[in-house]
Design a protein around this ligand. Structure first.
Ligand SMILES: O=C(O)c1ccccc1N[C@@H]1O[C@H](COP(=O)(O)O)[C@@H](O)[C@H]1O
Length: 209
């Protein structure tokens, strides 16, 4: 029975995290890497503590030292870490944590190579030179069409309530992940979050047959 999993990322406060979880999100992501959505470990810990059970708490890192990732993940209580930089398979293996690996959708070959990572899932995001993530720009989803990946993949990059249904219907991804597409003026919007979740789940239900 196919049911798409939904991650809301770039959350910066406990209220939004709890509201997203109660709206049906399967995971909530917090960005520990430098950027406009960055939260401190203390803020991420407070967000994790505010979340209801059975919703995955994900810390997003970009090329951070392994010891730092381990220490922050333990302090915050992350269920998963998302590695969105140039982290190697050996780095992921050395962490001893459950990982999602961010992968830039540059080519089918790049995605096939990423399929060998020792991680729980790939998070396939838009490739924009000089940017690491959170771009709000979609990529050509045909890159993923009929691509025989062993790892589950989570579709990211420029998703929003108006296109997530088409993406789920086309690719039937293990999950979808959104940051910019549920924001208004750079702030998370609860109505957009609810609509995003509703649209994704609706199409997923019908795609399940
Ligand atoms: O969201 C960010 O600011 C961010 C910063 C550094 C690494 C990853 C980041 N976000 C990830 O990118 C995807 C796609 O973002 P968007 O929906 O296109 O805005 C997001 O879901 C995060 O996993």
């Amino acid at each position: 029975m196919y049911s798409v999993r939904i991650k809301i990322c770039g959350v910066q406060d406990p209220f939004t995290a709890e509201a997203a979880a109660l709206a049906g999100a399967d995971a909530v992501g917090m960005v520990l890497a430098p950027g406009r959505r960055q939260v401190s470990p203390e803020q991420a810990r407070a967000i994790c503590q505010a979340m209801p059970p059975l919703v995955a708490r994900v810390g997003v890192f970009v090329d951070a030292p392994a010891d730092e990732v381990r220490q922050i993940a333990c302090y915050c209580g992350f269920d998963l870490v998302q590695l969105h930089g140039r982290e190697s398979p050996a780095y992921c293996r050395s962490l001893g944590l459950r990982c999602l690996k961010g992968v830039a959708a540059r080519s089918r070959q790049a995605l096939e190579q990423a399929d060998n990572y020792p991680v729980a899932a790939l998070l396939v995001d838009t490739y924009l030179p000089g940017r690491v993530g959170g771009t709000g720009q979609p990529f050509d989803w045909r890159l993923l069409e009929n691509l025989p990946l062993k790892l589950p993949f989570i579709l990211a990059g420029g998703l929003h309530p108006g296109n997530v249904g088409r993406a789920v219907a086309l690719l039937r991804p293990y999950g979808v992940d959104v940051s910019s597409g549920v924001e208004v003026n750079g702030q998370k919007d609860l109505q957009l979050i609810k609509t995003f979740i509703k649209r994704a789940k609706e199409v997923s239900y019908h795609a399940a047959g």
